[in-house]
Write a protein that binds this ligand. Structure first.
Ligand code: MFK
Ligand code: FAD
Length: 502
């Protein structure tokens, strides 16, 4: 009944639609090869991949515990679209680009730009990619040699048939934030120098991974373990099956029933003799996995900025199609003010995250100054905690801009909000990351703050002829005049605050 049907919002090429991204790249990475690749990928995302992402959402993974004859198999059955995402990720070099470094110090910016246009259409495949990238980084920092040289090659390949993804199994029932005292998993030494892991991992995402990095307490000769952080070591394990088709040393207890991220399996795992190799020195597990956390937190921030950008793009498109009170939404100043506020948040998030990616690229290509290194350490948790929170606010506002349709499942819009909600929880909650900021201040005797203000000053000096920046210049100048005192006070107080929080 009735002849009116609302036109649907249209997803256009997310690279071509994003003037800020293109402008940023033009300024920093004016390479035709990168532009044409991003443009072609953006076309593929809009016309092909986005549909796969929807398929992942409507065909969530399921767990098959037993085969028809009663044998335990623990198969996590994923959708064909999820498998296509894996092949696509290898072909497009979504991890590889960061390690090929064809664009030198800008390789990370290029890689993350690709992930940024992919993320909201990826059916959460960005989750295994984040952990895969993090695992490659850890292996690279420890040394690409046996027993992880083969794994490193597979994590960073562009060949779909060789490509592996990695898990990151840290969280146990007693401790997700407090990994150091919460980890009960023990590593039992074997005569050949390897270990077998026994324990229970409470959250393991993208559990169809081929390998994992995980934490456990190595037993000494008497079978004793050391409590706390000093007892934790980093282990590498492969997820494989025996001839009978049973997982070696792992039982998948169940899949989590989640608010969002339903496209992707998150499982509880019983480790019952998982063969593993110790990668870190004994007791250096947390510090060793910190490299992985840096990478996965940057991916998280990219996903957050990308979710904001996607909802803004769709909302802007919708505003050119939907009429209310006799005119298009785009002609209602109040509606446009709402979209403008979302746009500002999105731009802020994008620029902050890209700055972190730029710093990472400089560090990895050996070009980072001490100031860059300090900034990277400080801004990684800041970007993750800020963008994780903002994504929920902006995506929620974005849904409202579609009116009632923003609340309707098969538009695909509600999933954006559900998936945004996890961004402030996993990879460290907001408060835990706030404490990580304090840790970075305390460990560097305040030098990370010194680096921050020095950098802010030089940026503002470069742009000081813009009169709109005058208040910011004044504020930073004020801070700088008291900088030495401030840094000293912050550095002296940070350990105290940390102790207080503990
Ligand atoms: C879509 C894209 C995103 C994809 C997401 C993937 C799926 C989700 C996967 C997960 O959620 S995986 C689980 C993530 N878990 C966390 O993020 C844990 C949250 N807890 C923390 O971050 C704690 O701060 C941490 C466990 C890392 C440390 O707590 P402690 O035990 O109180 O640490 P402590 O004793 O201060 O530091 C131990 C060592 O680690 C020290 O080094 P040393 O042994 O050499 O002294 C620290 O300097 C080092 N460290 C800690 N945090 C660091 C760090 N080093 C560098 N960077 C950091 N951020
Ligand atoms: P808790 O540590 O119990 O935190 C509860 C609350 O206490 C939080 O608000 C936190 O901010 C606060 N809090 C804790 N400590 C402090 C403190 N010192 N000061 C102030 N406040 C504090 N983990 C993995 O290892 N691998 C995975 O693949 C994985 N996938 C996940 C997938 C999903 C969908 C989700 C939701 C989680 C996943 N996690 C995974 C677990 C995730 O990393 C943890 O849930 C997260 O780190 C928080 O830990 P927790 O759940 O134990 O919460």
């Amino acid at each position: 009944i009735g002849s009116f049907f609302q036109e649907t919002p249209v997803l256009k090429n997310p690279f071509l639609e994003d003037a800020l991204l293109r402008g940023y790249l033009r300024r920093h990475l004016p390479q035709e090869a990168a532009f044409s690749d991003l443009c072609a990928f953006g076309e593929r995302v809009a016309n092909e991949v986005d549909g796969w992402g929807r398929e992942c959402e409507v065909t969530p993974p399921r767990l098959v515990h037993f085969d028809p004859w009663g044998r335990r198999v623990d198969h996590i059955v994923t959708s064909p679209a999820w498998k296509r995402m894996k092949d696509l990720s290898a072909q497009e070099g979504l991890v590889a680009i960061g390690y090929e470094r064809s664009f030198g110090e800008w390789s990370r910016v290029y890689q993350m730009s690709k992930l940024y246009i992919f993320s909201p259409s990826s059916g959460l495949y960005t989750c295994p990619l984040a952990m895969t990238d993090g695992a490659a980084k850890v292996i690279q920092s420890i040394g690409v040699s046996w027993p992880v040289d083969e794994a490193y090659g597979r994590l960073t390949t562009r060949q779909p048939e060789r490509f592996w993804t990695s898990g990151q199994w840290m969280t146990e029932r007693q401790g997700g934030s407090d990994v150091a005292s919460g980890t009960e998993t023990v590593a039992v030494p074997q005569t050949d120098g390897s270990y077998k892991l026994h324990g229970f991992k409470w959250f393991t995402s993208a559990t169809d991974a081929d390998m994992t990095l995980t934490l456990a307490r190595a037993q000494d000769r008497t079978g004793a373990t050391t409590p706390g952080s000093r007892g934790l070591s980093l282990f590498y394990g492969e997820v494989s099956r025996d001839e009978g088709g049973r997982l070696k040393g792992i039982e998948v207890q169940r899949l989590k029933d989640k608010l969002g991220t339903r496209q992707m399996p998150t499982a509880e795992l019983l480790l019952d003799g998982l063969p593993a190799h110790r990668l870190s020195e004994e007791g250096k597990g947390v510090a060793s996995i910190a490299n992985m956390l840096t990478i996965t937190r940057i991916h998280n921030s990219i996903s957050a900025a990308a979710a904001m950008r996607r909802v803004v793009q769709l909302a802007r498109d919708y505003a050119t199609r939907r009429t209310a009170f006799g005119k298009l939404l785009k002609d209602h100043p109040l509606h446009m003010q709402t979209l403008a506020r979302m746009e500002v948040e999105t731009r802020g998030a994008f620029l902050l995250v890209m700055e972190v990616c730029r710093l990472l690229g400089r560090e990895e290509s050996g070009m980072a100054t001490q100031l860059d290194a300090h900034l990277l350490r400080l801004l990684t948790p800041v970007a993750k905690l800020y963008t994780g929170k903002q994504a929920v606010a902006v995506v929620s506002e974005g849904l409202e801009s579609f009116g009632g349709q923003g609340y309707i499942e098969d538009t695909g819009l509600p999933g954006l909000l559900r998936d945004a909600q996890v961004l402030s929880i996993w990879e460290g909650t907001t408060n835990v990351l706030s404490l990580d900021v304090l840790r970075s201040v305390a460990r560097s005797s305040g030098m990370v703050l010194h680096a921050y203000f020095t950098h802010a000053k030089s940026l503002l000096a470069g742009a000081s002829n813009a009169s709109s920046l005058a208040p910011a210049v004044k504020a930073v100048d004020g801070a700088l005049s008291e900088l030495e005192d401030f840094v000293q006070i912050a550095a002296t107080r940070a350990p105290g605050y940390l102790e207080l929080a503990a």
